[in-house]
Write a protein that binds this ligand. Structure first.
Ligand code: ATP
Length: 136
């Protein structure tokens, strides 16, 4: 099967680079599966797991992405994210602490408060990281 080049980039630099058979990402419009030859496009992403299917789709890499954009060009998929981590780079203890902190903040704030929304997003990021490591 044909492969496509994919890179995940953050303001701190590149996080992931590989040739894959399929990129699966959670766009705001729903789940996207990108294969070689996909039409060019740009899509905003949700906080979610990006799955990168390797040769014969038998293996996959997982990257936790905290929103951003996915851009498809004829020979390359680029994911530009505010933050992104490969599964093996995720600090589980840190994510668990971030999750607890966010849950506590959500209890202390009113739902319409801006800080409630911020805590909600922090909670989503922490849960996403834990999911990628298989600890959630
Ligand atoms: P925290 O409160 O623990 O900082 P956060 O969700 O607010 O979590 P971000 O602002 O999304 O963190 O990310 C800041 C930087 O820290 C980014 O470079 C991100 O990749 C990294 N990062 C955040 N949480 C983790 C984690 N659990 N393991 C590894 N890197 C992390």
């Amino acid at each position: 099967m044909e492969t496509i080049k994919v890179s995940v980039v953050t303001p701190d630099g590149p996080v992931y680079e590989s040739e894959v058979e399929m990129v699966i990402a959670k766009a705001q419009s729903g789940e996207l599966g990108i294969l070689a030859g996909h039409i060019p496009m740009v899509a905003p992403l949700e906080i979610g797991v990006v799955r990168l299917l390797k040769a014969d789709s038998k293996e996959e890499d997982l990257v936790a992405v905290s929103g951003g954009f996915l851009e498809v060009r004829p020979d390359q998929v680029t994911i530009l994210a505010q933050a992104a981590e490969k599964a093996e780079d995720i600090d589980v203890e840190r994510a668990l602490k971030a999750k607890e902190r966010a849950e506590q903040r959500m209890q202390d704030q009113k739902a319409e408060d801006i800080d409630f929304r911020r805590a909600e997003l922090a909670l989503q990021r922490a849960i996403n990281r834990l999911q990628v490591t298989g600890k959630q």
